[in-house]
Design a protein around this ligand. Structure first.
Ligand code: ARG
Length: 301
C-alpha cells in the first residue's frame, strides 16, 4: 500500500456498451499519423512512472476496460512491479497540459500474464488495477472487446486505427499530444515471410500497419490500442495492443500487436478481479493510522 493512498471512492460499474458514439466524421484519416481530435479515443491511457521521485514520465499506452482496469503490454512493467512507482492518466490529450476532464489514478495492483516471455514477447499482456474507480465521461470511456462473431471480419480489417504518445519517428521524441494513424491488418503469411519477420511473429499476434512502411506505432506506444471499425454497429472494437516491431515505420516490418481474441478468458478474469476490490469505506481512519505507523517505523529503522 502506498502511504499517500487514503482517499477512497464508492464503486460503480457500467458496461462498455454505454460507450458514447463520437461521430466518425470527427476523425480524418491521414496515413503516417497526425494529431488526434480531442476526445476521439476516450479509452486510451497514459501509463507513467515516477522519475527521480518527483515527476511522472510517460512510458506506455494502455486501454481502459473497466472503471478500475487498464490493459497494457506485459513488457511495459519490465521489473517496475511496485504499483507505487506508477500512475495512470486518463481523459488527457496533451500530457503537458491536463484539462478539467483529466483523471489521474494511482495503481493498486499490477497483473502481468504469468506466461509472458520477454525473449519472444509471447503473451505480452498486463492489467493495471486503479486504486480508485474512474467516472466515465465524454473523455473517459472503456473500449469494447468484440463479440466472437465479429472476430473474422475485424481481424482482417483494413479500417483500423492506432493511437498513442509514442515517438513520432524511430529516433524521434515522444509526442506530447495524442496521435493517431490509420492502419490495416496485414496477412500473417506476408508479415512472417522471409521478406519480413521470418517466423518471429506467433499466432497469438497480429501484424498491422503498411507493408510499404511509413505508418506505425513506436517506442512509447506499447500497450496502446489497435481498434477496428465495424460498420454494422458503427463502433470501434479493441482488436489488439501495441507490442513490438523492428524499428518504426520501416518497410516490410509493420507493428506487431497482441491478438486479444486469444486472451479473452485471461482478460475477463483480471477485469473481474478489479471489480471485486472493495473500497475500505469507513476504514479511512484505520488507513491513516496504518500509514502513520508505517512512516514512524520507516523513520525508526
Ligand atoms: N515496444 C515498443 C514500446 O515499448 C513499441 C514498439 C512498437 N513498434 C513498432 N514498430 N510498431 O513502446
Amino acid at each position: 500500500m502506498c502511504i499517500s493512498d487514503i482517499l477512497t471512492r464508492p464503486l460503480c460499474f457500467a458496461e462498455c456498451q454505454q460507450q458514447l458514439q463520437l461521430g466518425r466524421s470527427v476523425v480524418s484519416w491521414i496515413v503516417g499519423g497526425h494529431e488526434a481530435p480531442e476526445g476521439a479515443w476516450p479509452w486510451v491511457v497514459s501509463l507513467q512512472v515516477l522519475r527521480g521521485g518527483v515527476r511522472f514520465v510517460h512510458l506506455c499506452g494502455g486501454v481502459l476496460l473497466g472503471r478500475r482496469a487498464v490493459l497494457t503490454a506485459g513488457h511495459c512493467v519490465d521489473g517496475r512491479t511496485d504499483p507505487c512507482s506508477w500512475r495512470a492518466v486518463l481523459g488527457v490529450h496533451n500530457l503537458q497540459k491536463h484539462s478539467p476532464q483529466t483523471a489521474r489514478r494511482r495503481i493498486r495492483r499490477i497483473m502481468v500474464h504469468s506466461e509472458f516471455k520477454r525473449e519472444t514477447f509471447e503473451n505480452d499482456v498486463a492489467v493495471f488495477e486503479l486504486r480508485s474507480a474512474v467516472r466515465y465521461s465524454l473523455s473517459i470511456q472503456p473500449a469494447c472487446l468484440p463479440p466472437a462473431a465479429l472476430l473474422p471480419p475485424l481481424e482482417n480489417s483494413s479500417d483500423c486505427s492506432i493511437s498513442g504518445w509514442g515517438r513520432t519517428s524511430e529516433k524521434g521524441k515522444l509526442s506530447s499530444v495524442l496521435k493517431q494513424a490509420h492502419v490495416r491488418i496485414l496477412p500473417p503469411s506476408l508479415c512472417n515471410s522471409s521478406e519480413g519477420y521470418a517466423g518471429l511473429m506467433n499466432d497469438k499476434a497480429l501484424c498491422a500497419g503498411a507493408w510499404a512502411g511509413g505508418t506505425d506505432s513506436c517506442q512509447g506506444d506499447s500497450g496502446g490500442p489497435l481498434v477496428c471499425y465495424h460498420p454494422g454497429s458503427d463502433k470501434y472494437y479493441l482488436v489488439g495492443i501495441a507490442s513490438f516491431g523492428v524499428g518504426c515505420g520501416r518497410p516490410r516490418y509493420p507493428g506487431i500487436y497482441v491478438r486479444l481474441s486469444q486472451y479473452r478468458t485471461w482478460i475477463k478474469a483480471k477485469v473481474l478481479l478489479t471489480n471485486q476490490t472493495q473500497d475500505p469505506t469507513g476504514g479511512t481512519t484505520l488507513t491513516i493510522l496504518l500509514a502513520l505507523l508505517q512512516t514512524l517505523l520507516t523513520q525508526a529503522l
